[in-house]
Design a binder for this molecule. Structure first.
Ligand code: 5RP
Ligand code: CO
Length: 228
């Protein structure tokens, strides 16, 4: 992602990013149109390999399909083992931000540098059971820190508030990094996320489980802004 894109998201925070895990994959074009009509500013794409997490989704071809359908920034959340092996291919597929899990690599900082070297924004994610200090040393290399509020792997899980304290900790030691939260974010939980300092709010079932995306995004946005 260009520095401009990142600056725009920072400027617009709090920003809701729909997670397309639960979208209608038989009609991606229509799904993107409906999200654009709802005014979303970026898309969150969940890549799962069935090894790092006990679920599989999709890889580069679907990222490339979204790239063809929209100019919106694509925030690609890699829930895969050995993400270093695939970073270039996700970049070539059209990812703007590539987020890797700290639990999946030996050296977080060098993986983030590799992502940057391709011209992408670089993010680091941690699961609820991973202590936040694991990523402290790597934060100067990160554009984005993703605090998971569910165990990575499935949409529709309940929100784990352990992510909220981690958001505060990350912000305490780094004033620049964009902070994202992902998992179980809905109308009941979104205010606590922005109150804690989250800039980017990933939302799956609380958008794709609703009949009307415009109303869902508007209500989530109002709740997020009110608490920020
Ligand atoms: O990374 C993810 C799961 O690992 C998804 O982004 C997340 O679960 C979104 O779905 P929901 O809002 O329904 O929890
Ligand atoms: Co995700």
């Amino acid at each position: 992602m260009s520095r401009d894109h990142l600056a725009q998201l920072r400027e617009a925070a709090p920003v809701i990013l729909p997670s397309l895990l639960l979208c209608d994959f038989a009609n991606l074009e229509r799904e993107v149109e409906r999200l654009l009509a709802a005014g979303v500013k970026a898309l969150h794409l969940d890549v799962m390999d069935g090894i790092f997490v006990p679920n599989m989704t999709y890889g580069m071809p679907i990222v490339a399909a979204f790239r063809k359908l929209t100019d919106l920034p694509l925030d690609v959340h890699l829930m895969i083992e050995k993400p270093q092996q695939y970073i270039r291919q996700f970049h070539e597929a059209g990812a703007d931000v590539i987020t890797i899990h700290a639990e999946a690599v030996d050296d977080v900082a060098s993986t983030l540098r590799e992502i940057h070297s391709l011209g992408c924004g670089a993010g680091v994610a941690i699961n609820p059971d991973t202590p936040v200090d694991v990523i402290f040393d790597a934060l100067p290399e990160a554009d984005l820190a993703l605090m998971m509020s569910v165990n990575a792997g499935f949409g529709g899980q309940s929100f784990n508030p352990v992510a909220l304290d981690k958001i505060r900790e990350v912000r305490r030691i780094n004033s620049d990094v964009l902070i994202e939260i992902d998992g179980g974010v809905n109308l009941d939980t979104i205010g606590r996320c922005t109150e804690a300092g989250a800039d980017l709010l990933v939302v799956g079932s609380a958008i794709f489980g609703k009949p009307d995306y415009i109303t869902a995004v508007r209500d989530l946005n109002s709740a997020a802004v009110a608490a920020s």
